[in-house]
Ligand binder design. Structure first.
Ligand SMILES: [Fe+2]
Length: 355
């Protein structure tokens, strides 16, 4: 692979000196993982890089890619791949925007079908960043194309972290019932999830677990407010990985899931499509508040439509590609958990967190 220059910082961010995302601690010095957690969406994007070679992979980016680009530039990293752990249903992801900005290749698991150009990774395929490696594990269950990404500090080394997507959450696993409307039975995916989750649990206990979602996400029913854990911690505390047969697992994970917001199917479909790329600093058109249903008066009366992405997204009927209007200033707040106006779904790091 030909080395690329570090990701160029967009002109409007040239004055920025503060990289976004929190650097995950407890890793070898040359292994950089930043977690970009947006509390009001309960979603985590990641940057995984080798500081010795300056090569990096972005994972599950949101459509506002500026923060990720700024961090990569600050760290001197060139983003070569944009990996998607699956077709997200809860947000419109930024794979097209990030690929356009960096020239990176968009990657999915081999079961994915996309309208846009992408590279499909088979189980065991490895992205070699020149030292740090990222191995693709196909882990179907939440969706058929779901993958997890196993990070090693050097080729053939022990895993140091697993970006588990919606396969393994902290305290939960990804729900397998979101594709029922697309004629994919929940029981069928749940059985695959059983195998995938137990495969994840073969990783060493000290492997970091870096999931795609935390508490408040509708992609599961019992997600922790922690955003980083270890396989060892999950082995002890996660109800879904306790010893049980497949039938019991299927019954447990298909029971009691929250109602999926109406826009989930819309977003999951749009994330497969070739669509217009969002320009930097482009704000979507403002919405008429009449678009909100009566039961969403809390959203309306807050005066901050879109301050809680999950509620606003559920309130607005999916009729456009940009259903939530958020003033630019509010968007900047949202990308900084310490200053966010969102509900405090992310507590201070506890003793079990490894950052
Ligand atoms: Fe998901």
């Amino acid at each position: 692979m030909t080395a690329q220059p570090p990701t160029q910082l967009p002109a409007h961010l040239a004055a920025s000196t503060v990289p976004g995302g929190e650097r995950v601690s407890g890793l070898p010095d040359h292994v950089l993982i930043r977690q970009f957690y947006l509390g009001c969406l309960s979603q985590a994007a990641y940057l995984v890089g080798d500081l010795n070679t300056g090569r990096a992979v972005a994972v599950d980016p949101r459509r506002d890619v500026d923060e990720l680009l700024a961090a990569a530039a600050e760290d001197g990293l060139s983003i070569e791949y944009v990996m998607q752990t699956h077709f997200h249903a809860d947000f419109l992801s930024g794979h097209l925007e990030l690929a356009a900005a960096t020239g990176a290749t968009i990657g999915y698991g081999s079961a994915a079908v996309t309208e846009f150009e992408s590279r499909l990774f088979a189980d065991g395929d490895v992205i070699d960043l020149g030292g740090v490696t990222v191995e693709v594990w196909e882990t179907p269950g939440h969706t058929p194309e779901s993958i997890s990404l196993i990070v090693r500090a050097e080729p053939e080394g022990a895993p140091v972290a697993a970006l588990t997507g919606d396969t393994l959450f902290i305290g939960d696993v990804g729900r397998p019932d979101l594709l029922v409307a697309f004629d994919v039975p929940a029981d069928e995916l749940a059985a695959k999830q059983y195998s995938s989750v137990h495969r994840m649990m073969t990783l060493p206990d000290d492997t970091l677990v870096l999931p795609a979602h935390g508490a408040g996400s509708a992609c599961g029913k019992s997600l922790s407010s922690e955003t980083i854990s270890t396989i060892g911690e999950q082995r002890v505390s996660n109800y879904a990985v306790q010893p049980m047969d497949e039938a019991t697992f299927v019954a447990i994970v298909t029971d009691g899931q929250p109602t999926a917001p109406g826009y989930f199917g819309y977003d999951a479909t749009l994330n497969r499509k070739l669509r217009p790329i969002r320009a930097h600093n482009d704000a979507p058109d403002a919405l008429d508040l009449a678009a909100f249903d009566d039961e969403d008066v809390a959203v309306r009366s807050s005066g901050h439509v879109g301050a809680d992405c999950r509620r606003a997204g559920a309130a607005v009927k999916p009729r456009s590609a940009s259903p939530v209007a958020v003033p630019p200033a509010a968007r900047r707040r949202e990308t900084s958990p310490a200053k966010t106006t969102c509900p405090p779904s992310r507590p201070p790091p506890g003793p079990s967190s490894r950052r």
